[in-house]
Structures are given as structure tokens and as C-alpha cells.
Design a protein around this ligand. Sequence first.
Ligand SMILES: NC(=O)c1ccc[n+]([C@@H]2O[C@H](COP(=O)([O-])OP(=O)(O)OC[C@H]3O[C@@H](n4cnc5c(N)ncnc54)[C@H](OP(=O)(O)O)[C@@H]3O)[C@@H](O)[C@H]2O)c1
Length: 203
Amino acid sequence: MERWSGRVALVTGASSGIGAAVCENLVKNKLNVVGAARRIERMQDLAEKLKNEEGTFLPVKCDVTKDEDVFAVFDKIKETFGGVDVCVNNAGIVGTGPGLLDGTPEEWRQIFNVNVIAACLCSKLTVNSIRERNLDEGHIINISSLAGHFVYPTASIHFYTGSKFALRALSEGLRQELQEDSTGIKVSKDTDIRIDDFNIAPF
Ligand SMILES: NC(=O)c1ccc[n+]([C@@H]2O[C@H](COP(=O)([O-])OP(=O)(O)OC[C@H]3O[C@@H](n4cnc5c(N)ncnc54)[C@H](OP(=O)(O)O)[C@@H]3O)[C@@H](O)[C@H]2O)c1
């Protein structure tokens, strides 16, 4: 982690759960962390909790399904810190889950917009930010799920599962594009899941 000390990380979905925990950890490892989520007050509480750490935490209100909000976060980061070095695409929703036969396109669009489109946009803007500063290192981390590897027989998460499979495929696509471009920007597409640890046949 030492090499990232003083660098800038964007974490989406920073207002609760895994995103808030990631922010706390990065701040404690001396990064300047920008949290993006809709519930600004929860992130402000986190900022208060982290105010004496060596890194910093800046909460920015953002609905990641609104492109203009996402652009505004990157503008804010550029203005405050110069740019983004690490992007943790964590914001994710499961949906209310009536299954594929009873679900609605509105809900499917919302899940896809949060879990997939927003991650692609934040990744692209992070790469742009790294390139415009003529840097050759950065890290994009896409928070997937076991549901990005297995299709569980649980109707309520089937669309979510599709979105996590898509995110995993798109992460690999991004990794290939970056490799072709000979950049030092890395893409991590998962927690390092050891498939053999799970007694389920991958799809
Ligand atoms: N928890 C698990 O067991 C588990 C397992 C596998 C994978 N995951 C993945 O891990 C990630 C985090 O999960 P979690 O359990 O920590 O979830 P969580 O506690 O429900 O947090 C979800 C985060 O996403 C944000 N978010 C949702 N919609 C958003 C939007 N439109 N714009 C901006 N932010 C939005 C929420 O912020 P606001 O509501 O404030 O906007 C919240 O901060 C997700 O990608 C999830 O799929 C979780």
C-alpha cells in the first residue's frame, strides 16, 4: 500500500457497507479518498470519524446513474487533487427482485445503470485522468460478486447476476484494451475468488 500513499482514490457507493469500509481502509493507508453516493450525510459522518487519520476523506453527493453527477465528481477531484489514480467501482444494487418473469424493465435498467454503466463511465474517466497527467500507473477495481461466477437458483437475484457477469466480462475487456495500449494501469475484476472453494459448478 505504501506506493499509493498520498495518491487519490474514488470509491463509489461510499455511504455504507463495503464501500464505506474500503474508504476507511484507504484513508488509514494515507490515501486521499473521494466517496461518491447519494446519502451525503452518511459520508459526512464517515468524514468526521476519519478526520484525524493521515489520509483524507472527501464526500461528494452523486447519483452514479446520472452522467452529469459523475462528470461533476471528476471535475471536483481534478480541482481539489489534480486527478484520480485509483477507482473502486463498488456502488451496486440487487433490486427488489421479483425474478425475470415478473420483473420490470424500469428496475432492470436501474440495476444495469448502477452496476455496469456507471462502472464503465468511472473507469473511462479514471483512465482519461491518468493519461492527461502523463502518468503511467493507476488501478481500477470492480467489485463483483460470487453472482458474477455462478447462476444461483434464486429468481430474485437473476438480473443482478446478469449484471455482475457483464461487469466481469467488461473488466476483462478493459484490461485487454489497457494492455494493448501498453499502460501501467491495472484492472482487478474481483475479489480473488478461488472457484474451487465453492461447491458450485461455474456457469
Ligand atoms: N454484501 C455482500 O454480501 C456482497 C456480496 C457480493 C458482492 N457485493 C457487492 O459489493 C458492493 C457493495 O455492496 P454492499 O453490500 O456494501 O451494499 P450496500 O451496503 O447496499 O451499499 C451499496 C452502496 O451503493 C450505493 N449506491 C446505490 N445506488 C447508487 C446510485 N444510484 N448512485 C450512487 N451510489 C449508489 C449506495 O449509496 P446511496 O444509497 O447512498 O446512493 C451504497 O453506498 C456491490 O457492488 C455489491 O454487488 C456485496
